[in-house]
Structures are given as structure tokens and as C-alpha cells.
Design a protein around this ligand. Structure first.
Ligand code: PMP
Length: 287
């Protein structure tokens, strides 16, 4: 099926949608993005994504391409036109194109941001068989830039990390900086020891996950113990269980780290419970 996508104010068939070759997103990765999941035809935590998008834009002194209300309308329209029941809405805003290549930011008065949205149809997103099996991860060095709190489209190293994992027969990689785990290539990282959930605190070193925020709140509401602190990969390897969170995979159990099985090598009870609670509560609050 040819998707309908949104580009700079227009809904178009994907085959007819174009962006300039001078777009700074293309030339310089000068752009930010959000991925919002859709379950039962509704958007999960749209508000959280909209707030983080605004923050990313502000941090990069990039003008907003449209209002939050317009963004919601575009998301909903794309979900409707593409008949998405379970899937994702990808949104990207770049600093646009001033018709040439220059390191200096163009004048925002004359160069408007580019905005692109498209849907990805993912039947079975909630009932994902991968979540029943759990993920195997490897650890690799974190060599990304120092503003990982801004959700930019510079995703080359995370892509390379996924490829390293794939080549090693694993599903994903966790990144290590100065001896401590920062996060996964495209998710936040957690381990559980004696019932306590441990995850790295927020800073410029990691993305402030929308799912992380919701899951930590739900864990506390469910009387689970949560500790935000730095942790090493060795601690995670000795854990009872581990998991990751992201808007597209929700809560994903981790069953193996660098070839070491966690617990009995199957998804742990806390990860499974948090996945259930997250899906249940998020679907109730979806819009
Ligand atoms: N960290 C990184 C590096 C990511 O790319 C993502 C997913 N975009 C996350 C964490 C998880 O964030 P969220 O829960 O908002 O999807």
C-alpha cells in the first residue's frame, strides 16, 4: 500500500513527497525527531512526545514548525488515512534548506523548518513475540556526542551498535561510558536485583525517555522499589533480571548480557509485570 505522508503542510502519497537536497537534516543531521506509538488506533503518550519535541527544538534554537494542536491533528489524520491500528508515527523537524550548504545556521525568518511525518504499520506491536523471548544484548563503548538528551537524527552510531549486536548474534547493544552503562542504542536500560529496579539518572548523557518516565511512575505506584544511580555492566550481568524501555518496544525484557544469562534466561517477573501495567495504563490514556 502506498502510504500517505505529511510534508511541509501537505498530505501526499509517499512516492510524491520530496525534501530539498540542501535540507540541513540531510546534509548535517540538523534535525530532531519523535516516534509515537499507536495502539488500537490511538496515540500513546502524545503529550510526552510533544513536550520533549519542544525541548529538543529549544535546545537547538530551532523554530517550531507548527503548534502542538496542529501536530496532534496531523498525527491523527495520518493514523486515519493509513488505517493504522498498531504501529508508529515518525515525526522529523529539521532546520530546513536555504538553498546551499553552510555551517552557520540560516536566518529562521527566511528559512523555515522542514517537517515530515509518516506512519509505520506494525501489527502485533503490543503482543510482540520478541517480548516473550526477551532480548540478548552486548555491551559496546558509548562514543556518541555529549547532548544525548536532545533527540536528534544523528543515529549513525546507534545504527552501528545494532549492527555490532546483530553480527554478535544478539538483538541490541547497551552503551558504556567511563565504566558505566548510559543507555541502549534506542532505549533506556534497567536491571533488577532483589526486587529493586536500578536505572541511570537523567542528565545530558542519556535521552529522557518518555516511556522511562511513565514506567518509573507506574513502578512506584505499584510499590516497586526504584533507584536512579550509575551502574556498571558487571552489576547488570549479576542481576536477577533486566529490561529496556522505549516508545516503540514499551518494556522489553533482557535475558542475556554479553553471553551471560540473567536468572533462568527467560523474561523476569518485574519486566513482565511492568510491560503489562504500561500497556494497560497507556492504552487507557491513549488519545
Ligand atoms: N534512549 C535512546 C538513545 C533512544 O533512541 C530512545 C528511543 N528514541 C530511548 C532512549 C527511549 O525513549 P522513549 O521512551 O521516549 O522512546
Amino acid at each position: 500500500m502506498t502510504r500517505t505522508v505529511y510534508v511541509n503542510g501537505e498530505y501526499l502519497p509517499e512516492t510524491e513527497a520530496t525534501v530539498s537536497i540542501f535540507d540541513r537534516g540531510f546534509l548535517m543531521a540538523d534535525g530532531v525527531y519523535e516516534v509515537t506509538s499507536v495502539l488500537d488506533g490511538k496515540l500513546i503518550d502524545f503529550e510526552g512526545h510533544a513536550v520533549r519535541l519542544e525541548r529538543s527544538l529549544n535546545e537547538l534554537e530551532m523554530p517550531a514548525a507548527c503548534s502542538k494542536e496542529e501536530l496532534l491533528e496531523i498525527h491523527r489524520e495520518l493514523v486515519k488515512r493509513n488505517e493504522i491500528v498498531e504501529g508508529l508515527v515518525y515525526l522529523q523537524i529539521t532546520r530546513g534548506s536555504d538553498g546551499d550548504r553552510d555551517f552557520v545556521f540560516p536566518d529562521p525568518e527566511t528559512t523555515k523548518p522542514s517537517i515530515v511525518l509518516f506512519t509505520q504499520n506494525k501489527p502485533g506491536l503490543a503482543d510482540n513475540p520478541a517480548a516473550k523471548k526477551g532480548a540478548k544484548i552486548i555491551s559496546i563503548e558509548d562514543i556518541r556526542w555529549g547532548r544525548r538528551d536532545i533527540k536528534t537524527v544523528q543515529l549513525l552510531y546507534p545504527s552501528m551498535g545494532k549492527m555490532m549486536a546483530k553480527k554478535a548474534g544478539a538483538d541490541d547493544a547497551w552503551l558504556i561510558e567511563d565504566g558505566y552503562v548510559t543507555e541502549g542504542t534506542s532505549n533506556n536500560a534497567y536491571f533488577v536485583k532483589k526486587g529493586k529496579i536500578v536505572t541511570r539518572p537523567l542528565s545530558n548523557d542519556i535521552l529522557h525517555g518518555i516511556t522511562r518516565k511513565a514506567v518509573l511512575r507506574m513502578a512506584e505506584e505499584a510499590q516497586m522499589e526504584v533507584e536512579e544511580r550509575l551502574f556498571t555492566i558487571d552489576e547488570a550481568k549479576e542481576a536477577d533480571e533486566a529490561f529496556t524501555t522505549s516508545a516503540s518496544a514499551f518494556v522489553m525484557p533482557v535475558v542475556e548480557i554479553d553471553g551471560v544469562a540473567l536468572g533462568d534466561g527467560t523474561p523476569g517477573p518485574i519486566a513482565k509485570r511492568l510491560r503489562e501495567i504500561y500497556l494497560d495504563e497507556s492504552m487507557k490514556a491513549a488519545i
